[in-house]
Design a protein around this ligand. Structure first.
Ligand SMILES: [Ca+2]
Ligand SMILES: [Ca+2]
Ligand SMILES: [Ca+2]
Length: 266
């Protein structure tokens, strides 16, 4: 019997791991760690989360945290499958202020959740030891870890106020350097923030939208019409497409970098 258990253990572990991948998938999808906006208290930083699983997730008991001793406090609310949440610095800003900066209609409730928490601040010069950003489930298990750094294989915002975001939401998702990119105008879902007293500069991010979701998917390239031949057209020609192919627009050039302010880098 003992021999049988030992033989089966790897299979049991393997099954439980694969069911984690296929089940709840709450993960970190975008990080604004070095906004051009003033961030003396980390007030213009934010982190985007998404439920990439197939069932709703009650966020009660979940936490976003880093490697430091301070506790960022609990999350709350329910994330439907495919829904996104943006976690903000509840000590230094509000959901209303975030809507003013980052949505088209500050008076309307956005499709994504805005979750103020106690904030730990995100280093502008992250290293292997700092930051280690984690999503902890109610059992205090880290289900998503992003040990983001700057430069090398990691994107570098270079004080232009661009967030970093996951490039591919494959299953399983890679949170390594190669799957993160800078958010720039022209990228799907990217927008420029409207400056407010808190979000003081036109930072660039895509809070509330994910790469590859229907709301932000780029217009698909249509098949070109068949090339005409030198022969006369047959009596019953093949139907031509009713809509001519769209010429893909090239994205507008990125805005010039905003002037640096006198921020204290975190
Ligand atoms: Ca920062
Ligand atoms: Ca830290
Ligand atoms: Ca986003």
């Amino acid at each position: 019997m003992q021999y049988l258990l030992v033989m089966c253990l790897p299979l049991i572990v393997s099954l439980s791991l694969s069911s984690m991948t296929a089940g709840e998938q709450l993960c970190i999808t975008e990080i604004m760690y070095d906004p051009a906006s003033s961030e003396r208290r980390g007030e213009s930083e934010w982190v985007e989360l998404a439920n990439l699983g197939s069932s709703a997730i009650d966020l009660q008991g979940w936490r976003l945290d880093d490697e430091d001793a301070s506790d960022w406090g609990p999350l709350s609310g329910t994330l439907e499958p495919g829904q996104v949440a943006v976690v903000i610095n509840g000590d230094a800003t509000t959901a209303e202020e975030f809507r003013k900066a980052w949505t088209d209609d500050p008076d309307a409730e956005p499709a994504f959740l805005i979750l103020p928490v106690r904030w730990g601040s995100l280093a502008n010069k992250p290293t292997a030891d700092n930051e280690i950003l984690q999503l902890l489930d109610p059992d205090n298990t880290a289900v998503c870890t992003v040990n983001y750094q700057r430069g090398g294989d990691w994107p570098d915002p270079k004080r232009r106020g661009e967030s970093i975001h996951l490039l591919k939401l494959d299953d399983p998702i890679s949170f390594e350097a190669g799957n993160w990119g800078l958010t720039q105008i022209g990228h799907p879902g990217a927008r420029t923030a409207t400056p407010t007293p808190i979000f003081t500069k036109p930072d660039v991010g895509s809070p509330g939208t994910l790469p590859g979701t229907p709301a932000i998917r780029p217009t698909p390239t249509r098949k070109p019409p068949p090339t005409p031949t030198a022969e006369p057209a047959p009596p019953t020609p093949a139907p031509s497409p009713s809509v001519p192919p769209k010429t893909p627009k090239s994205p507008p050039p990125p805005p010039p970098p905003p002037a640096e302010d006198d921020d204290v880098p975190y």
